[in-house]
Design a protein around this ligand. Structure first.
Ligand SMILES: [Cu+2]
Length: 277
């Protein structure tokens, strides 16, 4: 489904008319406390049709909910995407991870104007982070932007080492998750299975979450590769059943972390595994 999110058909440079902003950009700089500084490179997606710049409309405090503004524009013209498609029920999907991939946020814009998306965030520590912004335009198709940034300018703790744990079942709120068939060096293209069990029995009441039976996100240890995958299964009587099957292809050897999000009983459960390809 293609939906024009912006009134009018002429692309506007971002921030062209701040008075049109429905949620008050004049709040910028009003708060007296010093914000946690945010550092980023100006260009982190060479060759891509768009670049994203981050800013915090209000000071970001560790451990507290806050906001990030994503300014998206074509680096050659300064123009934002003219249209965004709604994909999996949202105009954009944003994933934020910390350096050792121990922190994961999957969020969506709560307010938008051309070239600007405001997302809810919460950071539990200063340090290096990476943001992945995924959206689709009728002209460019699916675009994934990878944006490293640094929060705070103090000394940050070293990244914790990552160890493969895909052989382990994981318990999340009374449900057991098991994964098998992840890509390997010998078999980089694979159909992997995620089993969801309750009291040892496969469950059949997995609800659609953002238009799919589950969402799988795979990020390489170095943060250079990002894969967002969905199961191909159709729901039966409105529900998906365990096991959930995903198709993926990871040709580059290395350590990866995967997060799988499913919705059961109205709650989204996120389970993660680290694995080696
Ligand atoms: Cu999303």
């Amino acid at each position: 489904m293609v939906m024009t999110l912006y009134p009018g058909s002429v692309p506007m440079p971002a921030y062209a008319n701040p008075t049109l902003n429905p949620y008050g950009l004049n709040a910028y700089g009003k708060t007296p406390s010093a914000p946690l500084p945010l550092y980023q490179t100006s260009i982190s997606n060479p060759g891509k049709p768009f670049e994203v710049q981050l800013s915090a409309p209000k000071p970001l405090n560790i451990g507290q909910p806050g906001w990030l503004d994503l300014q998206v524009s074509d680096p050659r013209t300064g123009w934002p995407p003219a249209q965004l498609n709604i994909v999996h029920e949202k105009p954009a999907h944003i994933f934020i991870v910390n350096q050792d991939l121990s922190d994961f946020q999957h969020v969506h814009p709560e307010a938008m104007r051309p070239g600007l998306m405001r997302i809810p965030v919460q950071f539990n520590a200063p340090g290096p982070y990476r943001l992945f912004l995924q959206f689709t335009t009728p002209q460019q198709g699916e675009v994934t932007l990878n944006k490293p940034f640094q929060l705070g300018n103090g000394i940050t703790s070293a990244a914790k080492p990552m160890f493969p744990d895909d052989h382990l079942p994981k318990m999340v709120e009374g449900y057991q998750f098991r994964v098998s068939g992840l890509p390997t060096r010998q078999q980089p293209m694979s159909m992997f299975h995620v089993e969801v069990l309750k009291s040892g029995m496969p469950v059949g009441n997995i609800q659609p979450y953002l238009g799919a039976g589950a969402h799988g996100v795979i990020i390489s240890q170095d943060g250079q590769s990002f894969i967002h995958t969905h199961p191909m299964a159709e729901p039966r009587n409105g529900f998906y059943q365990s096991p959930i099957m995903f198709h993926t292809n990871i040709p580059q050897p290395g350590l990866y972390k995967m997060w799988v999000q499913t919705q059961i009983d109205g709650r989204v459960r996120t389970v993660d595994w680290t694995f080696r390809v």
